[in-house]
Design a protein around this ligand. Sequence first.
Ligand SMILES: Nc1ncnc2c1ncn2[C@@H]1O[C@H](COP(=O)(O)OP(=O)(O)OP(=O)(O)O)[C@@H](O)[C@H]1O
Ligand SMILES: [Mg+2]
Length: 438
Amino acid sequence: MWKPSERLMETIRHYASFPATGVSLRQMVQFGDRPSTGTLFRASQFLSEELPIRLAHRVQDLGELPDGLSEMPSIKRVQDWYAQSFEEIITLPRPSLTQEVKARLLRPGRMNGGPSKILSETTQNPSVREGQYRSSVTAGNGNGVAKAHAAAGRRYFFPADDRGDWPPELNDYNQRFAKTLQQIKRRHDGVVTTVAQGILEWKRARQRMQIDSTIQSFLDRFYMSRIGIRMLIGQHIALTEQTHVKHPNYVGIICTKTNVRDIALEAIENARFVCEDYYGLFESPKVQLVCKEDLNFMYVPGHLSHMLFETLKNSLRAVVEQHGADKDDFPVTKVIVAEGKEDITIKISDEGGGIPRSSIPLVWTYMYTTVEQTPNLDPDFDKNDFKAPMAGFGYGLPISRLYARYFGGDLKLISMEGYGTDVYLHLNRLSSSSEPLQ
Ligand SMILES: Nc1ncnc2c1ncn2[C@@H]1O[C@H](COP(=O)(O)OP(=O)(O)OP(=O)(O)O)[C@@H](O)[C@H]1O
Ligand SMILES: [Mg+2]
């Protein structure tokens, strides 16, 4: 099994002393659907510094957990994955370039009449309290390891001067970099389940019933950071591949015209299917959708599906359990989509009996669930994402809220005990807010 050397750990500590640099959704789409070799190379350069910084923070964080949690075998395993991925990026051989090519890479190119100033700025993420996450909101023009060559502009999106061909070494590096990222992404597929496993090991070893606020905020930070790292990696892989194939309305994994209605209908169908399957129902409780047909906005469809699927599963479970699985007529759950200037808000209202007020803080706690028997936590189970069949892991709500907050939205829950629950999913459509990072 791979283990980090003491020297590597030293390098990791050095990288961890630099803050991560937040990127906004808006900056991510500036690449357009066919970024040039030079522009991709500049983004690869940015990521080859930014990703190690983010990975290094996680290695440190995992090593400094309280109450012996860092010593749990599954936590150590995850820490090694982060260290190994860190090493793979920093040791990837860079191409040797002529002075001329280097100078050209530093020269800004012209994109639609020159780089847009407004788009390269980020604003404070409205869902994050100031100081909640330590991040530099420098819009990708930041400091980090590249302090020394700050003049070169450490920027995620930097349209390169594309007049004339680029030497083949650049494309070759881009391909190798994307391949390394693929490998890393796959390595980290099982992180959520393995960390959950680590928490269970710790609960057992230390006879703990509940996780405290230090561990809760560690998990928030850790999973939020994971969303960000996977976003940047997923985006970069997709952008590199897109130099060959063209998808209309897509820039990497971001869809500039995400249709809310289509995604909601699909999530409803999936949640109802899982519900029928789990309770052995002939027909799952119905869901009514109120949404304009042509409501489109810029978002990552995968994130939206995840949040809707998770909240709908919760509602359907509550409805069935409140009224009894043998009933043939359940109250309808309503999904209402509102379009504002700032937000698109989706309300999911069920008549599943609600949640007692004293339990509301608990629903945001990782591993809090009212399912009696937690399903088996097999790290190999559904490698792509952490999707429980119906319920029972206690991850659905807290992780969905992180997805919402990642792009400046939020998830709120209001319950009427004895009647039902309203979940409000706010999605920020201005998309200029910076990632909440640490
Ligand atoms: N709409 C709802 N109505 C009533 N209770 C709810 C509702 N949504 C969530 N809850 C309560 O909050 C708990 C936590 O929800 P969460 O989605 O985080 O975890 P889970 O559904 O138990 O497991 P999973 O990780 O598989 O989603 C649930 O177990 C349930 O008790
Ligand atoms: Mg759930």
